[in-house]
Structure formats: C-alpha cells, structure tokens
Design a protein around this ligand. Structure first.
Ligand code: HEM
Ligand SMILES: *[C@@H]1O[C@H](CO)[C@@H](O)[C@H](O)[C@H]1NC(C)=O
Ligand SMILES: *[C@@H]1O[C@H](CO)[C@@H](O)[C@H](O)[C@H]1NC(C)=O
Ligand SMILES: *[C@@H]1O[C@H](CO)[C@@H](O)[C@H](O)[C@H]1NC(C)=O
Ligand SMILES: CC(=O)N[C@H]1CO[C@H](CO)[C@@H](O)[C@@H]1O
Length: 324
C-alpha cells in the first residue's frame, strides 16, 4: 500500500516533470491540424515574390522574438497589462510585417481554431520566406506555445545593439545558449534586408563624440554613404541595403563585405577582431564551412530558445492579444 502510493506519487511527479519540459517535435500538428504547415508555406510562397523584402523582416522578427522571453511570439503582442510591449521598444520600431503574420494566423485558425500557436506561425513564416527567396532551409520542430507577457523594458538588455562590441554580443548570445559560431553564422542573415541610417550613422559622423568617423569602416564606402545616402547624422528615414546589390539574395557576399571593412554595423565589423570568428568567415567564403547547412543548424538552435510547451502559455486567438 505504502509502496504503491509512493510509486503513484513518483509517476505523477514524473508526468508533471515531462509536462513542463515537453520537447518540440517535427510535425507536432500532424494529427491536430494536418494542413497547418502547408497552409503557412502556401501563403508565403504565394505572397513573398511580390514582397521579397519581407523575408528579411520575418527572420529578424523571429530573432527578436526568441531573444526576449524565448520564442513565444511576445514580439507580436500589443500592450499587455498597461505596460508598453516589446514592439514599442526602439529596436522594434523598424520591425515590419505584423499584418502578414495576422493573415496567416487567420487562415490557420479557420482550419483548426485554437490549435496552432503564433510562436510556431512566426517561426514557420521566417523559415518559409527565406526558402522562398532561395535561401537556406532549416528544420522547424513545432509545439511552441504563446507567451502572456511582452515588455518594452526587456528589449534593450536582450537585443544586441548595432554599436555593441563583440564581447557584449557574445555574452548575450551565450546566456541564450548560442556560441561564437552561432553569432558568426546568424550575423550572416545581414546578407538580406535594409538598415536605417540612424542604426549606424554614428560611425559616419560622430564615432567617439568628436565628430569623427569609425576607422574600422572603409573610408571610400563611408564617403559614398555620406554623399548619397545618410547625408546627415539626424537622418532616421533613409534606408540602406546592408548587402548592396543583393539585398534579397541569401549569399556569402555579406561576409566578403565584412572582410572589405564594409559591414554596416560595428557588430559586423567587430567579428573580424576575433581570430576564431575571422577564421570561420574565411572558411565560409572558401566553402570549407558550408554556409547554408551551418546557418540552418544555428537557426534551429535559435528557434528553441526558452520555448513554452505542454501546458505553459496559451494558443492565442489573435497574435497581437493575449486571450484573457
Ligand atoms: C550581433 C547581433 C546583431 C545586431 C547588433 C543586429 C543589428 C541590426 C540592426 C541595427 C539592423 C537594422 C535595423 C534598421 O535600421 O532598420 C538589423 C537588421 C537586420 N537584422 Fe540584425 N542584428 C544582429 C543579429 C541578427 C540576427 C541573429 C539575425 C537573424 C538571424 C538578424 C537579421 C537581420 C535582418 C534580416 C535585418 C534586415 C531587416 C529588414 O530588412 O527589415 N540580425 N540588424
Ligand atoms: C495592435 O497594434 C497595431 C499597431 O498599433 C494595430 O494596427 C493593430 O490593430 C492592433 N491589433 C489588435 C488586435 O488590437
Ligand atoms: C557628437 O557626440 C557628442 C558626444 O556624445 C555630442 O556632444 C555632440 O552633440 C555630437 N554631435 C553631433 C553632430 O551629433
Ligand atoms: C526621426 O526624427 C524626427 C526628428 O528628429 C523625430 O520627430 C521622429 O520621431 C524620428 N522617427 C523615428 C522613427 O525615430
Ligand atoms: C511596426 C510596429 O508595430 N511599430 C510600432 C513600434 O512602436 C511604436 C510606438 O509604440 C508604434 O507606433 C509602432 O506602430
């Protein structure tokens, strides 16, 4: 009797433990909503060709989601409990594509109400849109649940800033279980998309606060940016391709630019100051380290940061709002 009770408690305890740490798995919705992943993929394939720049927006949105409170779609929430949400924080002012995610959510919700999380939808959209522009494919195990909290105040300390030096970014990444190799590879996402002048113009106009230019930035490139793009330090509207000429092509040219001292952010330039990172960049460019397959591994890792599974979180009805 005592023995059975004890075993019972052990089993209940074990189940509770498994419930809270349930892992993501491939095809989580295979029986509960079999068409979900295909619906997401079809919508992305239909629409991304008209707006290929959204692939950059979604992979960045996914990154910003995962680094704050884990990949739980907290980045999609409007205000929760009276506090400003993550999307109101300055690094999020330039996020875009929220309406696209809402449209995908509506389609999937019409098929299977209450089953598929916004966190999984964002993760799938990020992957499928990068694939749709010819970029790398990575596996997306599903089963993420949506978070209930989103705070603007948590963004600044968790999203790396363009002015950060390498050690700052590596510390932040390692707190999330990502190493230097992941940082080098994930920074490769800067092969697509745009940046606003305000994200880097201190390097052009006021690097150390004395009206100077960052010596780590190629001076010819800097002169060109100043003459044609970011004409003064207060410009916060002009957009610059991070990888000029191939902003919608997921290729190695970002790394080639970094070596030419033409990476836009200090965080890009700083990768070359670490000998291990520099060596990885050279291996990527030479092909002895395969960009697509290594990038895929790092994305899979990123997509699993602090996910909520089992009975944690909820399945949001609308991606911008918590259910209650
Ligand atoms: C060291 C870490 C990183 C820093 C400091 C950083 C910083 C930035 C900044 C400042 C912008 C420009 C925003 C703007 O002015 O509009 C940007 C854009 C972008 N970032 Fe990063 N980033 C980092 C890592 C990543 C990672 C890990 C990814 C994805 C895996 C990523 C993907 C992108 C993409 C695709 C864009 C272009 C967005 C668009 O076109 O809308 N970044 N990043
Ligand atoms: C969330 O906020 C955005 C931007 O302010 C707004 O366009 C959208 O309608 C809001 N969504 C909901 C469901 O309230
Ligand atoms: C350059 O930076 C210094 C120190 O932060 C500041 O006092 C000065 O106003 C800045 N100059 C411009 C043109 O923004
Ligand atoms: C851009 O700068 C203007 C003028 O300084 C300011 O009013 C506006 O809020 C800024 N916009 C953004 C997106 O930061
Ligand atoms: C894209 C997006 O939703 N941007 C929002 C960022 O935060 C500001 C301030 O709250 C909003 O006005 C923007 O709509």
């Amino acid at each position: 009797m005592g023995k059975i009770g004890c075993t019972g408690i052990l089993i209940i305890g074990l189940l509770a433990f498994l419930g809270s740490t349930e892992a993501l798995k491939m095809g989580f919705y295979a029986t509960s909503c079999p068409k979900a992943e295909k619906t997401v993929q079809d919508f992305v394939n239909q629409h991304i060709h008209n707006a290929p720049f959204l692939a950059a927006a979604f992979i960045r949105m996914h990154f910003h989601d995962c680094l704050v409170r884990g990949c739980d779609a907290s980045v999609l929430l409007n205000t929760t409990s009276g506090e400003q949400p993550e999307k109101a924080a300055s690094p999020n002012l330039t996020l875009r594509g929220f309406d696209f995610i809402d449209r995908v959510k509506s389609l999937v919700k019409a098929e299977c109400p209450g089953i598929v999380s916004c966190a999984d939808i964002l993760t799938l959209v990020a992957r499928d849109s990068v694939v749709a522009i010819g970029g790398p494919f990575w596996g997306v195990p599903t089963g993420r649940r949506d978070g209930l909290i989103s705070k603007s105040s948590e963004v600044i300390s968790n999203i790396p800033h363009s002015l950060w030096q390498l050690h700052h970014s590596t510390t932040l990444f390692s707190n999330q279980g990502l190493d230097l190799k992941d940082l080098v590879l994930l920074s490769g996402a800067h092969t697509i998309g745009i940046a606003h002048c305000s994200s880097f113009s201190n390097r052009l106009y006021n690097f150390t606060g004395t009206g100077d230019q960052d010596p780590a930035l190629d001076s010819e490139y800097a002169a060109n940016l100043k003459a044609n793009k970011c004409k003064n330090i207060n410009d916060n509207t002009t957009k610059v391709e991070m990888d000029p000429g191939s902003r919608n092509t997921f290729d190695l040219s970002y790394y080639a630019l970094v070596l030419k001292r033409r990476g836009l952010f200090e965080s890009d330039a700083d990768l070359t100051t670490n000998s291990d990172a520099l060596s990885m960049i050279n291996q990527l460019l030479q092909g002895s380290l395969d960009f697509y397959s290594e990038f895929a591994k790092s994305m899979e890792k990123m997509g699993m940061i602090n996910v909520k599974t089992g009975s944690n979180g909820e399945i949001r009805k609308q991606c911008a709002l918590v259910n209650r």
